[in-house]
Ligand binder design. Structure first.
Ligand code: LHQ
Length: 267
């Protein structure tokens, strides 16, 4: 069994590990968890630490207080040493989104409140989104004369379809949790006081599944957006060959035949 490394400590996020699940909480509630340089650096470091730790099987990403994340900290943008926007995106935002999508472990987004701007993009980059009744989504870029970024223009049409994506991106409409569920942006809406428990339960279920198969499934779902059915069929066969050669596959079959719960070890 892989050995757990000691969890890193941070100032603007909370990073907690329990039962093979890493919970990452954006933790600047006074600013609705707006993204400062430090927070972005810490978030990237957290995802990199998770990627290295094979004892972790699932991730929960959420926000402290009443918001999930209000996007870029706009006060910090007024600092004279703020990086040009394109540089900020290339060097600080895009690596976070790439790290999230490259992660083998699935990420459950527990969207506890408003997700705006790049905060919405962070929510979109999760594998599964559960939303509190108090959650809402707003691109917010148009209002400050910017273009949706951090993957928003890529994720949104894929998640809600081109018509709703155009409305959200161009008119900067706010989407309630209920409408987000209706348009397929979130898997499920739950009462606010049940969100943390539901997200944990989903993460625990993921943590009990075969890690290699989950990672391969993540990749296959993502790749499906850019390939033909023909290529997807080949890709599935390739990935199934890898999954089928794991001990976990043998364990899954044995557990089924012995009528017991499987114990997947990630090998
Ligand atoms: C904030 C923020 C915030 C700082 C609330 N910053 N303090 C941008 C540029 C750079 C690189 C490339 O990418 C990007 C990506 C982006 O993310 S652009 C989009 C940036 N985000 C926004 O434009 C959203 C700004 N916030 C809002 O529109 C509202 O705050 C929302 C709709 C999120 C929530 O509204 P309310 O519930 O009414 O809360 P509030 O506005 O009263 O905010 C509460 C506090 O949080 C307040 O502070 P205060 O000291 O007055 O209590 C806000 O100033 C602060 N805050 N968002 N992004």
């Amino acid at each position: 069994m892989a050995k757990a490394s000691s969890p890193p400590s941070f100032d603007t996020i909370r990073y907690e590990v329990a039962e093979a699940i890493a919970t990452v909480t954006l933790d600047r509630p006074e600013s609705l968890n707006a993204l400062t340089v430090t927070l972005k650096q810490e978030l990237l470091a957290a995802f990199r630490a998770i990627a290295r730790d094979r004892t972790l099987r699932a991730v929960v990403l959420t926000g402290a207080g009443r918001a999930f994340c209000a996007g870029q900290d706009l006060k910090e943008r007024l600092q004279p040493d703020a990086a040009p926007l394109a540089v900020e995106l290339r060097e600080r935002y895009n690596p976070i989104i790439r790290a999230m999508r490259a992660l083998d472990q699935p990420i459950v987004g527990a969207i506890n409140g408003v997700a705006a701007g790049a905060g919405a993009s962070l929510a979109f980059a999760c594998d599964i989104r559960l939303a509190s009744e108090q959650a809402s989504f707003r691109l917010a870029f148009g209002r400050i004369g910017l273009v949706p970024d951090s993957g928003a223009t890529w994720f949104l049409p894929r998640l809600v379809g081109p018509a709703k994506a155009a409305e959200l991106a161009l008119l900067d409409e706010s989407l309630s949790a209920v409408d987000a569920e209706r348009f397929g942006l979130v898997a499920r809406v739950v009462p606010a006081d049940a969100l943390a428990g539901e997200a944990r339960a989903a993460a625990l279920r993921l943590a009990g599944l075969a890690p290699r198969a989950l990672a391969l499934t993540k990749r296959a779902l993502e790749r499906s957006w850019s390939v033909s059915l023909d290529a997807a069929l080949d890709d599935e066969a390739h990935r199934q060959g890898i999954a089928g050669a794991t001990q976990d596959h043998q364990e899954g079959i044995a557990a089924f035949l012995e009528k017991r719960a499987p114990r997947f070890r990630g090998d």
